[in-house]
Structures are given as C-alpha cells and as structure tokens.
Design a protein around this ligand. Structure first.
Ligand code: ZN
Length: 609
C-alpha cells in the first residue's frame, strides 16, 4: 500500500507539472489572442478609416461560466518547497484554512478565461480554425489536471513522517544454551506516509543489552534511533534455553556378570550435562526385570535415562577343597577315608556331585592317584588331584639290632589292665616285642600268660603296688615280690628274673626307711634279679592324656639316646591309642624294638635312699 501511495504521489507530481505547463500555455495563448485581436481591429480601423466597436460574441444574457480552481493553485503555496510545508509528525493546516486564504482564492477567482460558450461559438463560426482544437485539448487537460490536483492535495494533507526502528530477524529469539548469540541488529528509517521526498533509511541504531545472553534466562535487547527530534525504539526478547539433556555413560566391564538371582553389582557410570557439568552424584538407578535404569535430570529439568541390560552368568568354578586331614600315606590295612568339599558361588554346596576318578585300595600296596572334578550348573569346573600311597605294614625285625643303635625297649607297667589285650594286638601287628612289668591289680592276670606267649618279657613290678606296704622294710618288699612272681609262674609256667621297682630305684617314697632302696637294689642283684629303670617316658601318668602327645613323647624320647628304655603304662587307654604311631615312626626311621632280657642293658637311676 505504501509503495502504491508512493507511486501515486510521484504520478501526481508529474501531473502537477503537466498542469502547470498547460496553465502557462493558456496564459501565453490568451496573451497572443489578445494581441491578435488588437492588431486586426487596428488594421480594420486603418482600412475603413473609422474605429468600429468589435461585435459582441457572447449574448449579454448569458452568464459567464464560473470555474473555481482548487486552492492549491495558489502560487505562494506552489512555490514553497514541500519540506517546508510538511513537517514530520505535523499535519498540514486544514484544507479549509488554506481555502480561506484570501490572497490565493481571490487571485484565482479574478482570473477570467473566455467562457465555454464563447469558445464554442468561435469554434463553430469557422473563424480562427487553427485555435479551436487547442481549446478542446486544453479543456480536457484541464479537467484531468483538476482531478489530479485535487487528489494530490488530499494525499499531501495526509502525509505524515514517521521514524521507525525495524528489527532484523525475529523479535523473539529462542537460543539454545551454548550457542553464541549473534544479534542481527535493527534498521531505522524515516519515511513519509504518502510522499517520500525526504525519506531516510539506514539511520544509525544504538543497541542496548544489559547482559550477554549466555546463561539460561530471558534477555531484552533494546534498539533506539533518533532523527529530527524524533525518537523511536524497538525491543527483542532472547530466551536462552537449555533443552539438551545430560548424558549418562555406563562403564561396562567385559568380565563382569551377575549371578542369576543375585543383585547387580554396579560397574560404574558417569553423568555430565552441557550446562551443569558433572551430575554423576545425582544419578539414581533402579534394578528391574534384568535391567538397571539410570535417571538424572539437569537443572533445567531435562531428563536423561540409560538402560543397562544385566549380564547374568556364572563364570566362576566351584571351590574344590581336598581336606588335608586325610593321610596321603597309609599302611596296608589301615582304614582310609577321603574327605573333600566343593562349594559353588551360585549352586552352593555341590560336594555330592564331585566326580572322583580313581580309588584307593587300602589293603593293597601301591600308589593311587585320585582325580577330582567338580562342575557347577553353568559348566564351570574345578579339578584337583592327589596321590595316596598304601605302604606295606612295617615289621619289627629284632635281627637288625646289630649295631646297638636305635634300640627301643618298650616297657609297660602296672598291668595287665583292660587295655592290655588291645595293646598286645598292636604290638603283634608290627612284630614288636616289649616288656611288661606286671602287678596283681585288676582282673586280667590271664594276659600275663599271653604276654609271655607272644614273645614279650614279663617282669615283676609289684603285687600290690602299695608304697607304704612294700617299702616298709626289706621283708615286706620281697614278700610282695615273691607273691607276684608266683602269679607269673602260674600264668607263664616260669618265674622271671626281670624286675622294676615301683616308683623306680630312685624313688623317695621309701624315705621312711632310710637306705632301703640301696639295700633292696643290692639284694635284688644278689637274689639274681636284673632291675630296670627307664631313660625315656611317654608322659602318661600326669603329663598328658592325649594319644598324639603320648606318641610324640615316645618319638622325642627315643631320639635322645641310642638305646632307650621307655616307660609306659598299659593301664591307660590313651597309651594304647598313641603307641601305634610311635611304633610306625620308629620302624620307618630305622629303630628296632626289643624285649628286655637278663643283662641285655643296664638302665639304673641313681638310688636316692
Ligand atoms: Zn608302677
């Protein structure tokens, strides 16, 4: 519309120029006509010799045509430059005011052109034919120009100049956080609404921005321009928004897995946001249906999620444990029982499913290799292996005791007792011959015969083993002694010349009879008896009740000297239980067990009474 008005204004300006030219033409025409008539009249007068009054062309009754020209034809107005008349924002003086300008109106009205009728009569009369077409054209042009002028005046009266600031780009900008803001600026123009002779474009615009639109928020950018005492402005709103959600990165360990039915163990994750930075600490996770869902939101409310599919697996083999309390070396005939466990992280105790390849025949000498395989439900297997050696039963061979070294005399006091029979079985098993210093206590005297029958030596210890009684005096001692030897004779068929003093020859329980032991030891030898004390001891009276310790004490004791006389008591169960290991160790380590025989070895304590 504005363009159209501008075009129209230009057109009217052109029309105005044409009109003014035509007006000048008529003015000049009138003047030339006037001069022509004057010359003709002067010629006629000169020819007739009289001065004639020119004939009236227009009847006196005819009223002359009154043509009212627009006020704008005032030369005062026309000659003024438009700029001086139309000020911006200034409405032209009202048309009526101009119309009432007496000088302009009167001047126009004072102009008298020939009336139309007069002109037509002149034309139809066939006189001055060269002038008539000019009148017709002038009349038409006049009407056209008149209309143009009226339009132009009306338009110019409406012309208003405005100063406008026009934004380049959008008035509201949505800017993603992190994107640099480039202000497209604004343009200022100064423009008439209809007539554009003083238009200005590309006027300077100042931009005011309180803060760079970087952080999320709303920013106003103000544009202003000044021109010809006018001010104009415009505003742009920039919304910096953060619509980028954080990013969650999951750490995945290729070796990690979760046991079926077990909770997922986190492998790690990080979360970062383009605006908020590290959000790892804000991440929440939830395990559901085999997935872990991670969620985090940034300050702008942008939510991010990540999904981890849990890898369920079992890649760990069961822990197969072979118990070390199972002997790896046994002697043929020994009981041998395997023991192991297999525990799987997922399946639990699968000991019962362990497969064992190989078998130990505990009655047959040899080396047995056992291979164990334990496989869990996921096919993870553990294997183990161990070798069990079954040795032949070691046998004591007295004939090997030739060097007088590593000789062991096992001696058992105070029996026979309730464990003596078993003890005899053990000794028989290894062909070990021992010495029994017997008493009349208990109800197992019949075993004395067995002891002797099986190659053991039977010696007198005491019938009553009553220290107060036997060590009262020499007679009491020998009376008790003989009674015991009677029993031995009854049981074995012969008396014995081997003896051991109760409490040993070094005893002090006999201190009530001073010098008794000195006398008794001498008397014993004079009576033909060989008495034996001991130089090793299994500790079975007061020191221990543990079979293992009994065994260990014997093993330790017999290594202290080349020929050992070991004190034991076959009245103790733990002695019976501990003796076998000691015998085995001794046999495997080159010791030879011998029974005491008369004069075989002197083992006397120092007599203390
Ligand atoms: Zn005793």
């Amino acid at each position: 519309m504005r363009q159209l008005l501008h075009l129209l204004g230009s057109l009217l300006a052109a029309v105005r120029q044409v009109f003014l030219s035509v007006l000048n033409y008529f003015k000049r025409l009138k003047e030339s006509r006037s001069r022509y008539y004057t010359r003709q009249r002067d010629k006629k007068r000169a020819a007739s010799g009289k001065v004639r009054k020119p004939k009236e062309t227009v009847p006196p009754t005819e009223k002359p045509l009154d043509i009212v020209y627009p006020d704008d034809l005032s030369p005062e107005i026309d000659e003024l430059p438009v700029e001086n008349i139309v000020r911006q924002n200034t409405v032209l003086p009202d048309e009526d005011v101009v119309r009432q300008n007496p000088t302009a109106s009167e001047k126009i009205r004072a102009r008298k052109l020939p009336s139309l009728k007069e002109t037509l009569q002149r034309f139809t009369a066939g006189k001055r034919k060269t002038i008539r077409p000019a009148y017709i054209i002038a009349a038409a042009a006049g009407i056209f120009v008149l209309a143009g002028l009226i339009t132009y005046a009306a338009l110019r009266s409406k012309n208003v100049y405005t100063l406008d600031v026009t934004l380049k780009g959008d008035p509201v900008v949505l800017l993603e956080y992190g994107t640099p803001y480039e202000d497209p600026g604004a343009a200022a123009s100064y423009q008439g609404s209809v007539i554009h002779s003083n238009d200005q474009t590309d006027l300077p615009v100042s931009t005011k921005m309180d803060e760079e639109p970087v952080e999320p928020g709303t920013y106003m950018i103000q544009y202003s321009a000044e021109y010809e005492d006018m001010k104009a402005g415009a505003m742009r709103i920039v919304h910096v928004v953060d619509t980028v959600p954080p990013e969650i990165k999951l750490t995945t360990n290729p070796d990690a897995y979760t046991l079926p039915g077990h909770p997922y163990e986190e492998e790690g994750f990080t979360a970062s946001d383009n605006h908020d930075g590290d959000l790892t600490a804000q991440v929440t996770s939830e395990e559901k249906d085999g997935h872990v869902i991670y969620t985090v939101s940034d300050a702008a409310g942008n939510k991010a999620t990540a999904d981890r599919a849990i890898v369920y697996d079992d890649r760990t083999a069961p822990v197969l444990t072979l118990k070390d309390d199972v002997p790896l070396e046994i002697i043929a005939g020994d009981e041998w029982k395997d023991s192991f466990t297999s525990i799987d992280d997922l399946d639990g105790d699968i000991t019962a499913k362990v497969k064992v390849e190989g078998k130990v025949d505990n009655y047959k000498e040899g080396t047995y290799t056992l291979k164990y395989t334990s496989e869990d439900a996921h096919g993870n297997a553990s294997t183990a292996e161990r070798t069990v050696t079954v040795k032949p039963l070691p046998k004591n061979d007295p004939s090997l005791a030739v060097n007088g070294d590593k000789i062991v005399f096992l001696t058992f006091d105070d029996g026979p007792g309730e464990y003596t029979a078993e003890l005899l079985d053990i000794l028989a098993k290894y062909n070990v011959k021992a010495t029994f210093f017997v008493t009349g206590l208990g109800n197992h005297q019949e075993l004395i015969g067995r002891e002797a029958a099986e190659g053991h030596t039977v010696g007198v210890h005491s019938l009553t083993h009553d220290y107060d009684k036997i060590y009262a005096d020499e007679d009491a001692f020998w009376e008790d002694f003989d009674a015991m030897n009677d029993i031995i004779e009854q049981q074995t068929g012969s008396r014995t010349n081997i003896m051991r003093f109760p409490g040993g020859s070094s005893n002090t329980v006999s201190a009530g009879n001073e010098g008794l032991m000195t006398r008794l030891t001498v008397q014993a030898q004079k009576k033909g008896y060989d008495y034996y004390d001991w130089n090793a001891y299994d500790g079975d009276v007061y020191e221990t009740t543990d079979p293992k310790q009994i065994s260990q004490n014997i093993i330790d004791g017999i290594q202290q000297q080349s020929i050992s006389v070991v004190l034991c008591h076959d009245t103790k169960e733990y002695t019976k239980d501990g003796i076998e290991d000691a015998i085995r160790w001794a046999l495997e380590n080159g010791y030879t067990f011998l029974p005491i025989t008369f004069g075989c070895f002197e083992c006397h304590h120092g007599v203390q009474n």
